[in-house]
Design a protein around this ligand. Structure first.
Ligand SMILES: CSCC[C@H](NC(C)=O)C(=O)N[C@@H](C)C(=O)N[C@@H](CO)C(=O)O
Length: 704
């Protein structure tokens, strides 16, 4: 007997439109309206905590991010601080407690849609209205502040030939008026995820406050925006996608510095940039073995914690580890030698005795404490995946966003002595789930443990076994360990499916060997691990092994395509933004050099799903966005053509097939707009309902 708690009509929104849904996951309008948290900032005195919260705009066609204040003590409810029509982001506190943020707000508050660029705004600690602090003709992209004093650092993109902001403005105006969008490249890369790189490229500017924000509101009477001082006029493309950190006293910045190394490859050095003079010195120069990134200047400004990345090759995957550079002597030493995890986001403890570091582990992303003295590593948190880590000035607590597959990101306080994690009163309640989350594992042929999350619908049992959806993660070097609005299993669970989220070979959080097992062998261990995880779960009595489907996005889509060509066990396959023919994907993706280090022509050929198109006998739903530069649209187009022309699934006399292609002309690798996210889930759920549950295909009037 089938176990389907709700008809799929409910999520598709064509019936029961006015009924109150049992959970937001039963109703796509309710789902896309759930608030989404991102980014935390803590004032230097530790009393003010600010989070970014994205909600739907009035006509539900875009998300707008506002800044909210959350009580670090947990007593007072969160309150909204900003209300700009186009939203605010990048909250940062100055040493004096003024709140900086980036916003696009037309002058005069007319609300008219202008081509206004994002500017740096300030909400003064001393009171008064928010006002513009600095502008750049290309728009302010990022902002960083010394923790104890000093300059505000602004990142903005400038035309290579513009020596000053007046020329910058003129060049941009001319291009706009003459409608010239062409870009003349001399190097690589030329695109990133969803946007073109060039002709403007990032530079770092100092925004000297000179006491302008100090004192009473009247002291800030000079409302003219501040001048930006260009610290990197010769940056060229060296700062493209380069992270940086400002010394606590604001006197220097340590930045990644991209260096073209020929053959369309780029490496990453670390440089020190003096804020007073713009003088730049190379701290660590990358070579063929190692490159450097993610700098964090120590609280006393004498050292830099950074990630040393052992570069990948055909033989080995990349291997990042945390290191410490002494700025006076220039000598470096490892901080986490022997710790078999990939260090992610980190933050210094205020006394410089150690760092808090987030790393994937066993389907979670806990916070670890790393001791500077001896490199000791201690895990501080149990459940959840953490991000946006900030440490209180007295070093007794940290604040972070914590998410998991049980809940979206929420603000938590972590007591550093006891390890106690407390949820604070954030802007949003946890949504009620339509099922339960459990963990399963199996041991595969070579003895490796493969663990997965399994989301089960309420009521799944031996009497009412649930249909199963295998959902494969992307990357591939990543983990199913955090909430994802794009890949939300609970919408499927609300329709009665159990959803299996496995971490196969190549996943992070299980040690380097788990990644090495699948390196350059995408169609081997990653595939067999996934099948073993599926075998173990369909053996459960609460799962119906006769009604299963597989799906995935990006690398997960690659794997869905590989699954399609290698087994007929699934009733349907959904493949989003997928790699199909690796000879085409390899040189056209936005960071081709990364993949070419791993694959090479033989591995491309051996692991390419397109070679098995004739073996595909399973109905496939192909999904792709035209503006996807990570997995370019050519992959989706070729997959669709070859599926119709050659797949092993017989076509009807009129040439029709059960395959479908959901194409988004104005979306990219991610389907970002709320209305298209709804269409995505509607079409996926409808396709699964038709092929897995045997229901009638749904009517989708908005699709014509
Ligand atoms: C070019 S750098 C590494 C590739 C990158 N890997 C990760 C861990 O994200 C990547 O973008 N891979 C895509 C093909 C992919 O699978 N992306 C996934 C995960 O980020 C997605 O959901 O978009």
């Amino acid at each position: 007997m089938s176990h389907v708690t709700q008809t799929s009509e409910q999520v598709r929104g064509t019936a029961a439109e006015h009924a109150v849904p049992p959970t937001p996951f039963h109703d796509l309008d309710a789902y896309v309206a759930l608030p989404r948290l991102a980014g935390l900032a803590l004032s230097p005195d530790g009393t003010r905590l600010v989070a970014g919260v994205s909600t739907l705009n009035d006509d539900a066609t875009a998300y707008v991010t506002a800044l909210w204040e959350v009580d670090p003590g947990g007593g007072v409810p969160a309150r909204r601080l900003t209300r700009g029509a186009k939203g605010e982001s990048q909250a940062r506190f100055t040493a004096e407690g003024d709140l900086l943020f980036v916003a696009t707000r037309p002058d005069g508050g007319t609300g008219k849609d202008t081509d206004e660029k994002p500017a740096l705004w300030v909400l003064p600690a001393a009171g008064g209205e928010a006002r513009v602090l600095a502008r750049h003709p290309g728009g302010v992209e990022a902002v960083a502040v010394g923790r104890t004093a000093g300059s505000v650092l602004v990142q903005a993109s400038a035309m290579p030939s513009a020596a000053d902001l007046r020329t910058e403005e003129r060049l941009r105006k001319e291009r706009k008026e003459k409608k010239v969008a062409a870009i003349l490249h001399t190097g690589y890369p030329v695109r990133y995820w969803d946007h073109d790189l060039g002709p403007a490229a990032p530079r770092l500017y100092a925004c000297d406050l000179d006491g302008r924000l100090a004192g009473t509101p009247s002291a800030a009477a000079t409302d003219e925006p501040l001048e930006l001082r260009d610290l990197t006029p010769d940056a060229g493309t060296h700062l493209v996608r380069a992270g940086h950190d400002v010394a606590p006293d604001g006197s220097f910045v340590v930045s990644e510095w991209r260096v073209p190394e020929g053959r369309a490859s780029v490496r990453s050095d670390l440089v020190r940039i003096d804020v007073a003079t713009g003088e730049r010195t190379t701290l660590l120069a990358a070579d063929h073995e190692y490159e450097f990134g993610s700098p964090l200047v120590s609280p006393d400004g004498t050292a830099v914690a950074y990630v040393r990345r052992e570069r990948s090759s055909r033989e080995r995957p990349p291997r990042p580890s945390l290191w410490l550079l002494d700025l006076a002597s220039g000598s470096s030493r490892p901080l986490t030698e022997g710790w078999d995890r990939w260090p992610g986001e980190a933050a210094w403890l205020p006394d410089g005795s150690g760092l808090l570091v987030i790393a994937d582990e066993d389907g979670r992303a806990p916070v670890f404490r790393v001791e500077v003295a001896d490199g000791g590593v201690r895990r501080l948190t149990d459940d959840g995946a953490h991000s946006s880590l900030v440490v209180s000035p007295d070093g007794t607590a940290a604040f972070a966003l914590r998410a998991s597959y049980e809940h979206p990101a929420e603000v938590v306080r972590l007591d550093l002595a006891s390890g106690t994690v407390t949820s604070l009163r954030g802007p949003a309640e946890r949504p009620q789930l339509p099922g339960t989350l459990t963990e399963v594992e199996t041991t595969v042929q070579d003895g490796t443990r493969v663990r997965s999350w399994l989301a089960l619908p309420d009521g799944a049992s031996a009497e009412a076994p649930a249909p199963l959806l295998l959902w494969i993660h992307g990357g591939p070097v990543s983990s199913w360990n955090s909430w994802s609005w794009r890949w939300c299993p609970w919408l499927m669970v609300a329709q009665g499916y159990a959803v299996l989220l496995p971490d196969p070979a190549l996943s992070t959080g299980y040690g380097q060997e788990m990644i090495a097992r699948g390196w350059g062998r995408w169609g081997a261990e990653p595939y067999t691990d996934l099948m073993a995880a599926t075998d173990a779960v369909v053996a459960r009595e609460d799962i119906d092994e006769t009604r299963t489907a597989a799906m995935g996005g990006s690398f997960g889509g690659y794997m869905a395509n590989w699954v399609a060509g290698h087994t007929d066990r699934f009733k349907a396959i959904v493949t989003h933004a997928s790699l199909w023919a690796l000879d085409g994907f390899g040189p056209t993706t936005d960071a081709a050099f990364y993949w070419s280090r791993e694959m090479g022509p033989e591995r491309q050929e051996a692991n390419s799903p397109h070679r098995f198109v004739e073996e595909i006998r399973t109905p496939m739903l192909v999904i792709h966005g035209d503006k996807d530069y990570r997995v370019p649209i050519g992959e989706g187009l070729r997959l669709w053509f070859e599926l119709l022309a050659k797949s092993g699934l017989p076509q009807a006399e009129d040439g029709s097939t059960p395959h479908r292609f959901l194409y988004f002309p104005d979306e990219n690798h991610w389907i970002l707009t709320p209305q298209h996210a709804k269409v995505w889930y509607q079409v996926v759920l409808g396709y699964l309902a038709e092929h897995v549950l045997g229901e009638e295909p749904p009517e989708l009037p908005l699709l014509g």
